[in-house]
Design a protein around this ligand. Structure first.
Ligand code: PEP
Length: 252
């Protein structure tokens, strides 16, 4: 039987100055006693990555970034590259979050380039996919997810697929307080795993971690994590409070 190490990532979005980062991470570090075989990461804004790296040094909590550019350097004003994030100590990088698809017009083709850039820089891509409410109501959920996963994984070898992370985040559940039920989430996670097997092989598909994101809270994490294909969570709002993030990270 394949075991996938559960992974909980806090996506802070555009929250926390460096002073607020010190405050939040000090509280998380004081409260968190991580069970074995579990990974936890936080994704502060770029401006707080160095502060977070200093505070997390020597702890089990890993650092993630929220985005990167597909080129390693160049004339791309306002952008941040994979090697820059690697140098700061990032392990993970979130790619294709629905807020970036919606507000910054990110396309599947750009996301595929970012995935390859992350891998070249030695970062683990956390690729976000998810349908809107309208798409769900039209019965298009799986078609949308298949298009987004296929788009992001263009030209990926099986070995590379095994080491990346997919985050299923239904857009209608992000920041709305409306969570997918564990069985709704499980159905999509299973479909993603089947698609990964089509794109690589079943051994690879059984190794790839698939996280759920969308209003994950202390009171729903345990039931979500009980599902067979849910390997962790990408947590937005609830990662900004130390006690709720610690409770989620120590799910039972
Ligand atoms: C997210 O932005 O990735 C997210 C899941 O947000 P929230 O937990 O606030 O719904």
């Amino acid at each position: 039987m394949v075991t996938r190490c559960p992974l909980i990532i806090g996506n802070w979005k555009m929250h926390c100055t460096r002073a607020e980062t010190e405050h939040l991470l000090s509280a998380v570090l004081a409260q968190l006693s991580l069970p074995p075989e579990r990974e936890v990461a936080v994704a502060p804004p770029f401006t707080a990555l160095e502060t977070a790296a200093r505070l997390l040094a020597g702890s089990a909590i890993r650092l993630a970034a929220q985005n990167l550019h597909w080129e390693p350097q160049g004339a791309f004003t306002g952008e941040i590259s994979g090697p820059m994030l690697k140098e700061l100590g990032c392990t993970y990088v979130i790619i294709g979050h629905s807020e970036r698809r919606q507000y910054c017009g990110e396309t599947d083709a750009q996301i595929a380039r970012k995935v390859r850039a992350a891998q070249r820089a030695g970062l683990v891509p956390v690729i976000c996919v998810g349908e809107t409410l309208e798409e769900r109501e039209q019965g298009a959920t799986l078609a949308v997810i298949r298009r987004q996963v296929r788009g992001a994984l263009q030209d990926q070898a099986p070995l590379a697929i095994a080491s990346l992370v997919i985050a299923y985040e239904p857009v209608w559940a992000i920041g709305t307080g409306r969570t997918a039920t564990p069985s709704q989430a499980q159905a999509v996670h299973e479909a993603i795993r089947n698609l990964l097997a089509e794109l690589s092989n079943s051994e690879t598909a059984n190794t790839t971690r698939i996280l759920y994101g969308g209003s994950v809270k202390p009171d729903n994490i345990d039931s979500l994590m009980a599902e067979a294909d849910i390997d962790g969570a990408l947590v937005g709002g609830a990662s900004l409070q130390a006690d709720s993030f610690v409770r989620i990270a120590t799910f039972r």
